[in-house]
Design a protein around this ligand. Structure first.
Ligand code: SF4
Ligand code: SF4
Length: 385
């Protein structure tokens, strides 16, 4: 294993061991041990930095993290903890530590099929099979102004295919000249960064950007916060070049359509609470656009949860953690669900397919009468009302 000698790793030595990060970490809250929180992970980083290698248990603790960014938010010495966790994961992956976890299956699927599930590329089009109204030029249409990047989870999981269906229908309703990359879309690379495989993520970035440029589009829009974050913030870094592309999250793009008077939103009498996805909120700094979209729907009542925006609790779904400890994901989601139920809302709105999956599963397990809907689904319901 190579030694830690980067600036990032030097940061572990400025850790004051104050423990603020421990108090906000969802893993630490669920499991309680020092080693399960960020301060414990810093100790593991120092251990590995000293050339003492890493055990499987060390690796479990490093991958038992949703990359939610809450520890970074509160660290008084401003350690960029998420960058540190990714750096550590890269070193562990190079040391073959993935092999002990189901993470190796995700890694193999990404290498062979360029998606997390191991589906053949044509399955990315399944969500298009039963659209209410057929949409023209949905796949790889040269000359489209906007490319909608669907993402693996929304495109390949039955539970979330209603999200691309809703968003594509909204775009068509607003007469946006858009297309998708169809079966040529590949994983955005975010799960690869989470696995500790940035070189493979760079290849995905090269492919996807080349496909978008070949179509001549000027805007890339993603409804998945992780795809958005990696396109906006990681692709320029990975490729060491500007993208020459406007990158928008669906919530920002919907806000632009509303401001331009292109969405005829109809009343929707629902009590809704909003869940901030970590990759959109803390990790990308996008807090208000989704709330503004909800506020533009007549009749919709928005009630905030006790912890929101930069303090929002994680839903447990990030950082590839489902492949490391699915039970822990459920425990973290159950905590967020409790906050949502405390608001008295009947709908949890979230602009993220993975948050939709974790919170829906938590509600089903708790037999709670609350639905989780993606922001695009709510907007589509309003348009169709
Ligand atoms: S909050 Fe920052 S300084 Fe304090 S223990 Fe955590 S990482 Fe170290
Ligand atoms: S990123 Fe989130 S889950 Fe990971 S150590 Fe920090 S607070 Fe805990």
């Amino acid at each position: 294993m190579k030694s830690f000698n980067t600036g990032i790793l030097a940061e572990t030595h400025i850790c004051a061991r104050c423990g603020y990060c421990q108090t906000v970490c969802p893993i630490s809250h669920a499991l309680g041990w020092e080693s399960t929180g960020p301060r414990g992970r810093i100790a593991i980083a120092q251990h590995v930095a000293a050339g003492q290698g890493a055990t499987t248990e060390h690796a479990r603790r490093v991958y038992q993290c949703t990359l939610c960014g809450h520890c970074r938010e509160v660290c008084p010495t401003h350690i960029d903890t998420c960058a540190l966790w990714l750096d550590l994961r890269e070193r562990l992956a190079a040391d073959n530590q993935l092999a002990a976890f189901p993470l190796k299956t995700i890694s193999a699927n990404l290498a062979k099929f360029q998606n997390v599930t191991g589906d053949p590329p044509e399955n990315r089009l399944m969500w298009q099979d039963n659209l209410e109204t057929p949409i023209a030029n949905l796949n790889s249409h040269a000359g489209a102004e906007v490319v909608y990047f669907v993402g693996c989870v929304a495109g390949l999981y039955g539970q979330t295919q209603s999200i691309p269906q809703a968003f594509a229908q909204i775009l068509a309703h607003a007469n946006v000249a858009f297309t998708t990359l169809g079966g040529d879309e590949q994983c955005c690379g975010f799960p690869l960064l989470g696995l500790g495989q940035p070189a493979a993520a760079r290849e995905r970035a090269r492919h996807n950007l080349a496909m978008v440029h070949a179509l001549g589009a000027h805007t890339l829009v993603a409804a998945c916060p992780s795809c958005y974050h990696v396109w906006r913030d990681d692709y320029p870094r990975l490729l060491d070049a500007p993208l020459n592309l406007r990158v928008r999250h669906a919530s920002e793009f919907l806000g632009e359509l509303i401001a331009d008077g292109r969405l005829n939103l109809q009343p929707l009498a629902e009590r809704v609470t909003y869940h901030d996805p970590c990759d959109l909120g803390r990790n990308s700094g996008v807090y208000e656009p989704p709330r503004q979209v909800l506020a533009a729907i007549p009749g919709l009542e928005l009630i905030e949860m006790a912890d929101n925006r930069a303090n929002a609790l994680c839903c447990g779904g990030g950082g590839n953690m489902e492949a490391v400890d699915a039970e822990l994901v459920g425990a973290i989601a159950a905590r967020r669900l409790t906050q949502a139920l405390d608001t008295g809302a009947s709908v949890i709105a979230t602009p993220c397919q993975q948050c939709k999956r974790t919170l829906t599963n938590a509600a089903r397990k708790a037999r709670a009468r609350i639905k989780t809907l993606d922001l695009t689904e709510i907007v589509w319901r309003s348009l169709a009302a």
